[in-house]
Every structure is written in structure tokens, then in C-alpha cells.
Design a protein around this ligand. Structure first.
Ligand SMILES: Cc1ncc(COP(=O)(O)O)c(C=O)c1O
Length: 484
């Protein structure tokens, strides 16, 4: 099994390819999700510590029968929960090839061509964003790690011996920023939550007021985090204005573009991102809106040398001997990881294989789906939007006529039950957000397979599932249920 023959490899490969094509062909017929319990799944898995091996068909059978059906189908066109990419076969093959080569992208000499491919691909992303030619970065596991990497670099710009460093970010900012502050010893409490306006964008007047007040109290403001697509509603903060404020107070400007920044590729959204190229750093997630399978995040620094001062570390066992310039390049000087898988291969295969024109159209189509949903909700008398659609996230609630005079708490409780029932129903999948203290249903279109028709089916699914809830079920339905 460890070193199969060429024939065995071909047989295994054929079986895997057959499984992949069957799975993707039947995707629309599979539910996005099925209700399941931990014990039920555990009981299906042979828990005995394996002392003897199992043949490949046996392993694949477990994957086919016990893993696939008991997974959430993230590639399904009506998987709208969280910020979930569908993956794509092209990138799955790239992951397979990367594992076969098993390149370890620590330094240039360890993986010359893979390192060059990562540098090239990072440079393409730099160009997509419009950063200057000096900017550079690397791939990391995801957006959380990219935020951490960037904030570690930002910290180099101020003397942190006082223990009074402060970061500013809107209240809508992803929790990975506070987590990064905690991990870096800055402290969660030193992330100042700035108020947002009615579109959930950072209020720059509050940002200035908070920085000014902190300076008066002897804190050391060092970084402002701007959102290029918040996780809750997709709001893009006013990036150019934040740049001016960062300059005025000599702060590092980091952009969290993990969800939204690749929407710069879509003509209809581009203007939202004006000024992004002047950030000091940016976190992006190709495993979100470039549709790639997890894990691949990305951090770009406008001045990579500052990151180097945060990460550069000379140890005798990593010292690069006898190399110069380009060949002495080490990724460990720019990020937290040492051993790194060949993530660039799937990004490169996607960009090169699919091309930017197609990706721009796919992102544009996701935006159109979210806008279509918003217009259907606004035209309806039983749903209401809770936030405006900025990118491809839509937040809303169901207020059927029977509930119109109920309290906000009752309507929230109803929507919470509706969400759980929808997820268990399996035809469409949403997640939730809390906005202005109220419960909201939340969806995010991040799949090139999703169509306008899917958005209509989602609305139909919600109405159908809502009718089966005790609050709305007709007496006839109730009596039927109590008999069964
Ligand atoms: C805006 C934002 N930032 C950061 C993250 C964290 O990204 P990851 O899950 O890749 O660590 C997310 C995840 O959804 C996000 O939406």
C-alpha cells in the first residue's frame, strides 16, 4: 500500500475519478445537509486501531458511503451558509499533484520551481489588487492566519515595550483580528471596536474620536483594520478615507479582504475598493472567492521588508549558505510557518486555467444572485431585508402575515426556528447573523454553480419550511402531526 505499482496507481486513480465524476454529477440531487448525530456517524466508522491494512477499494467505500452522505455538501449551488467556497475539480487535481511532489516551500533551494510559482502567483494577486511592484507576500492556511501575519508585521512599526498598543477596527470585524491581538500579546482588550453606520461600514468620525482619546490617555495606536467585505453583511469600509486617517495618525492600515477583496474583479463592485492598493497589508482568501478548496489564504505586504523584521530569524539549522539574492529567498522571513505545502499550485492552475475574464464573470454572477434575492425580498410582503446587499451576502428575516403584530423577540425566535428547520430540510442552507441586536437569516453566494433560479428556490424553500413550523402550521397539519 505504501508504494503501489504503476498498475495499482492506475486502478486506484480510475476508481477515484469515477467517484468524483459520479459525485459532482449528482450534486444537485443531493441535499445540502441532512440531520445527523455524532453517535450515528461514529457507529458507522470502524473504531478499532488498525493493526492490519485495508485494500484501497475498502477505504474508498468508507469515503463513498460513510463520509460523503454525512458531510455538508459545500459544492452544492444552494449552500449559502458562512463564507464557503465550492472548490473545483481543477484545484482538487492540483492538490493531488502538490501532495505527490510533496514540495516543502520553506526556502528557494528546498523547492525551486514551486517557490518561483508561488512568487509569480502572489505577484498576479498583487496586480489584481493594484499594489505597487515592490509589494509581496505569501500563501498561508486562511484568512485568520493572514490577519495574524499582517498584524505581527504592523507591530514592528511602533515601540511595543509600553504594553499599551492599540488596534482599531469596526464592530463588524471578524473575530480573527481580536484573536490575533490576543495571540500576539497585544491583548483582546486593546482592539477598539469602532461604531458602524446604517450600512454597517466603519464610522470614520468615531475612528478619529477613539484614536484621539486614546492618544490623550497615553495609549500607542499602531494599526487600523479596514474591512473589504465584512463577514456579517459584506460591508466594504471607506478604504481611501481610512488611508488618510492612518496617515494622519501614522498607523499601519491593514485590510481584511478575506471574504470580499476578490470582488475587485467584478466591474459592478470595483468602485467600492478604491484605495485598497494603498493599504500596508491585506489578507485575502483564495479559498473563498476564488472558489478554491481549503486551505489557502494569502497575505500581501506593501513593504515586505517590514514583515521581514517581524519574522526574520537566524538559526544555525536554517542558515542559508552559499546562495545569493533570489536563490536565498526564504518564505519563513515573511510569515509564521516553516514547513509549507505547495498551495500556489492550485491558485496558479485556477488563474492560468480559467483566466481572469471567466472569474470576473463568475463573481459578477454571484453579485447578481444576491441582488436578485434582495429585490425579491423587497417586493414581497412576507420577508424584509435587515441590511443592504453590498457584495454577495444577504441578511433578511421572514415576517409572515400571522406574525406581523408580534414582538421583535417573537419574530427573532420564529426565524431562529426557521433556520434550523431549513437546514434540516436540506434543499437550501443558510446561516445567521446578529444585527442591531436582532436575529437575521444570512446567506452568501460564493459558488459559480448558483443561478438566479436557485435564489427563487431558496425563497420557496423558506416559505414551504415555515408553513410546517408549529407557529404557522394549519390546525389540519397540527392534528396530522399529533396522530403520527
Ligand atoms: C472577513 C473575514 N475575515 C477572516 C475570516 C477568517 O478566514 P479563515 O476561515 O480562512 O481563517 C473570514 C471567514 O469567514 C472572514 O469572512
Amino acid at each position: 500500500m505504501l508504494d503501489p505499482s504503476a498498475d495499482e496507481i492506475r486502478d486506484w486513480g480510475n476508481s477515484v475519478i469515477q467517484l468524483i465524476s459520479d459525485y459532482l454529477r449528482s450534486l444537485r440531487d443531493l441535499g445540502v445537509y441532512r440531520h445527523m448525530f455524532s453517535r450515528g456517524i461514529r457507529n458507522r466508522l470502524d473504531a478499532a486501531l488498525p493493526t492490519k491494512g485495508t485494500d484501497f477499494d475498502g477505504l474508498l467505500k468508507v469515503f463513498r458511503e460513510d463520509i460523503i452522505p454525512f458531510s455538508r455538501q459545500n459544492a452544492h449551488p444552494r449552500m449559502f451558509g458562512y463564507v464557503q467556497s465550492p472548490g473545483t475539480p481543477l484545484a482538487a487535481f492540483a492538490d493531488l499533484l502538490a501532495s505527490i511532489l510533496n514540495a516543502n516551500l520553506t526556502v528557494w533551494r528546498s523547492a525551486p520551481a514551486p517557490v518561483e510559482l508561488e512568487r509569480l502567483t502572489i505577484d498576479w494577486i498583487r496586480q489584481i489588487l493594484g499594489f505597487n511592484a515592490k509589494a509581496g507576500g505569501l500563501f498561508v492556511s486562511g484568512g485568520s492566519m493572514a490577519n495574524l501575519a499582517a498584524i505581527a508585521a504592523a507591530r514592528q512599526t511602533k515601540d511595543d515595550s509600553s504594553g499599551r498598543l492599540r488596534i482599531y477596527a469596526s464592530r463588524e470585524t471578524h473575530f480573527s483580528v481580536a484573536k490575533a491581538a490576543a495571540l500576539l500579546g497585544i491583548g483582546r482588550n486593546n482592539v477598539c471596536h469602532v461604531a458602524v453606520d446604517e450600512r454597517f461600514k466603519i464610522r470614520v468620525d468615531d475612528l478619529v474620536a477613539k484614536i484621539t482619546a486614546d492618544l490623550e490617555e497615553g495609549y500607542v495606536p499602531f494599526c487600523v483594520v479596514a474591512n473589504a467585505g465584512t463577514v456579517n453583511t459584506g460591508a466594504v469600509d471607506p478604504l481611501a478615507e481610512i488611508r488618510e486617517i492612518a496617515d494622519r495618525f501614522q498607523l499601519w492600515m491593514h485590510v481584511d479582504g478575506s471574504y470580499g477583496a476578490f470582488a475587485v474583479l467584478a466591474e459592478s463592485a470595483r468602485k467600492l475598493f478604491g484605495g485598497i492598493e494603498r493599504a500596508d497589508s491585506i489578507a485575502l482568501d483564495p479559498h473563498k472567492w476564488l472558489y478554491l478548496p481549503v486551505d489557502v489564504g494569502c497575505v500581501i505586504y506593501r513593504e515586505p521588508e517590514i514583515a521581514r523584521s517581524a519574522y526574520g530569524h537566524e538559526a544555525e539549522y536554517t542558515r542559508i549558505i552559499g546562495e545569493e539574492a533570489d536563490e536565498a529567498f526564504a518564505f519563513w522571513d515573511y510569515g509564521p510557518e516553516l514547513s509549507r505545502r505547495f498551495r500556489a499550485l492550485k491558485v496558479w492552475m485556477l488563474l492560468k486555467g480559467v483566466g481572469l475574464d471567466f472569474l470576473s464573470d463568475a463573481i459578477e454572477s454571484n453579485l447578481a444572485c444576491a441582488r436578485h434575492f434582495e429585490s425579491m425580498v423587497r417586493a414581497s410582503d412576507d420577508f424584509e431585508m435587515v441590511a443592504p446587499v453590498e457584495l454577495s451576502i444577504f441578511c433578511f428575516r421572514h415576517v409572515p402575515v400571522q406574525l406581523r403584530n408580534e414582538s421583535p423577540q417573537a419574530i427573532d425566535a420564529f426565524n431562529e426556528r426557521l433556520l434550523i428547520a431549513l437546514q434540516r430540510d436540506g434543499s437550501s442552507y443558510l446561516s445567521n447573523a446578529t444585527l442591531g441586536g436582532r436575529f437575521a437569516l444570512r446567506g452568501c453566494v460564493l459558488n459559480y454553480r448558483t443561478t438566479l433560479r436557485d435564489m427563487e428556490i431558496l425563497l420557496d424553500d423558506l416559505r414551504r419550511v415555515a408553513r410546517s413550523l408549529p407557529t404557522l402550521a394549519s390546525p389540519r397539519n397540527d392534528s396530522r402531526r399529533s396522530r403520527s
